[in-house]
Design a protein around this ligand. Sequence first.
Ligand code: APR
Length: 233
Amino acid sequence: MKTIRPEDYRHILFFTGAGMSAESGVPTYRGAGGVWRSYRWEEYACQDAFDADPEKVLRFHELRRKSVLACQPHAGHEAVARLEGEHPQVTVVTQNIDGMHQRAGSRRVLELHGSLWRLRCPQHGIREDIGEAYRRYRCEDCGNWLRPDITWFGDMLDSFVMGQAAQAIRSCDLFVSIGTSGVVWPAAGFPQAARDGGARCIEINPEANEMSSLYHESIRGTAGEVLPGLFSS
Ligand code: APR
């Protein structure tokens, strides 16, 4: 495999999806063993489901928190974090809610779909809550249900995060997509946007998908196998 010289690029952007965390043991959404194969998102991952039965939805997210806490970042996450320490401009734009990039040491991480580790009160805003179980299901100030701060099906993306991601995509000159099926919009449009902006676009995914033809190069391997050797130092 040819290596990339990071110094040839001004701004390197990693765009990651569930496949990035697969080798850590976090299930993907759509592949074999995917979350949406065992759970109907209509019952667990949309505002209507939360309004109908908030406890059921919160319990489902607690299960996910528990399974993610049992996993560790892998060599691919570490390679991404290391590069941030060695290169002037590295951004991670992730669809993942698991916080694995941050646990590996990445600092500039834009979480497009929110985080498993935050809850929000409709009146009192965001609170961080890290641990297997939520500290509380209801806001201590007003008694409202606390909702996972995650972009569920049918939700709008956070406009501030989306704006930052769009800016980063416009300005990057190397765009490395890892482990996403490219079916969930607007994130699915990012590779085309990066390409339109003049970036070299690389995909790391063991399987091709509808978006694969957009990339200048597709590396058919896993995140944990490919990333540690991708950049020459
Ligand atoms: N390394 C790299 N890629 C992998 C690996 C691996 N080890 N294992 C699986 N993949 C690839 C699969 O081939 C697939 O293309 O990861 C992709 C996972 O796709 P999805 O499960 O659809 O995950 P993602 O694209 O992140 O989903 C987008 O959908 O429901 C939502 O909000 C959720 O953020 C999620 C969004």
